[in-house]
Design a protein around this ligand. Sequence first.
Ligand code: GLU
Length: 400
Amino acid sequence: MDLIQESVDALGVDKKYAERLEHPERVIEFTFPLRKDDGDVIFLKGFRSQYNSALGPCKGGIRFHENVDRDEVVLLSKLMTFKNSLAGLPYGGGKGGVQFNPKQFSKTEIERVSKSYVRNLFKFIGPDVDIPAPDVNTNAEVMAWMVDEYNSLAGRKEFASFTGKPVDFNGLKGRGEATGRGAYFIMMSVFKRHNISKKAGIAIQGFGNVGMNLARILHENGYKVVAVSDSKGGIYNSDGLDIPALIEFKRSRKPVQEFEKGDKVSNERLLELDCDTLVPAALDNQIRRDNADKIKAKYVFEAANNPITPEADQILAENGVEVLPDILVNCGGVSASYLEWVQNREGNVYDYDAVVDKLKVVMDRAFSRVLSEKTDKISYREAAYRASIRRLAAALQHQF
Ligand code: GLU
């Protein structure tokens, strides 16, 4: 059965809430021209889904990827609705994107795409309406272009209209690493609860913003990261990888597979390694019906959004694998975004240590809300959805 239906039934709340949560409130879809550096003009598709705003303005990232379409942004904005509720943030869920592969375009072209995206959406976004942030293939620089365009159109400085901005452009210290750091806090709580030792091996799929920061923080704290990968493939060392050396290697734009101190492993094989903990921190649909049975890890932490399909989730549960869901594990990113939004609205500047402390409070609170619903009969994902929907239902009751 559907997770929302199941949670609504278990909580005994009005079924109308489930119906409301099955549909987005508003989806904006548009096409816009991009003048390329060589003078040629092409047309790109842009999207923004504002899934649910019962808890506050919509909040969620913007991705630049050739697979972006209406269905994907709607699904991801639905996930943001549950994530923001679970994290206890005063936000609804949103997500957007542009359907193109930025790796095939120049920096000036990407800047023009970013600014056009904002011009098309200007009437529908803002600090009290919908606040975008980075997601797959977008970063602080993209947010800087977007907020600059937004401010020009608004005729005033509304830096709280976007989060994940550069630190020097009213961004938040610690926002860049926040998704990785948040995942680390959840891992610590789970390791403590299940008595997992520091010697247990951890494999991380993905070495971008989330995977790299998570690997670094785990390594700094004495944990053993045995495998990591990027889109070209992975590297494995059962004694633990030298993560600082690997980060330096990757910064010189080399694929991690070429790193000498480890054995090459494909992205597929990395998921199937014989280690205690697996962290998919890249794209969606990585663990599916066809490979779920091959997962040997006992704990899987979803640092990416939607890395496990619902069929695979079922197979993992039958095999006794504990899955910590994306709406809990990766909510550190949006939680730090919230701190950035508050900082901008207060006209304040938070220091890095304060951000880390505040982020830990949010992550610990989200985990204890999951635990308050958790029993031996239900998974961490089911418990997380119940906690999230409990809060959403309390807000929805004032709407109808
Ligand atoms: N894109 C991130 C996510 O999926 C962050 C969203 C935000 O900061 O608004 O959670």
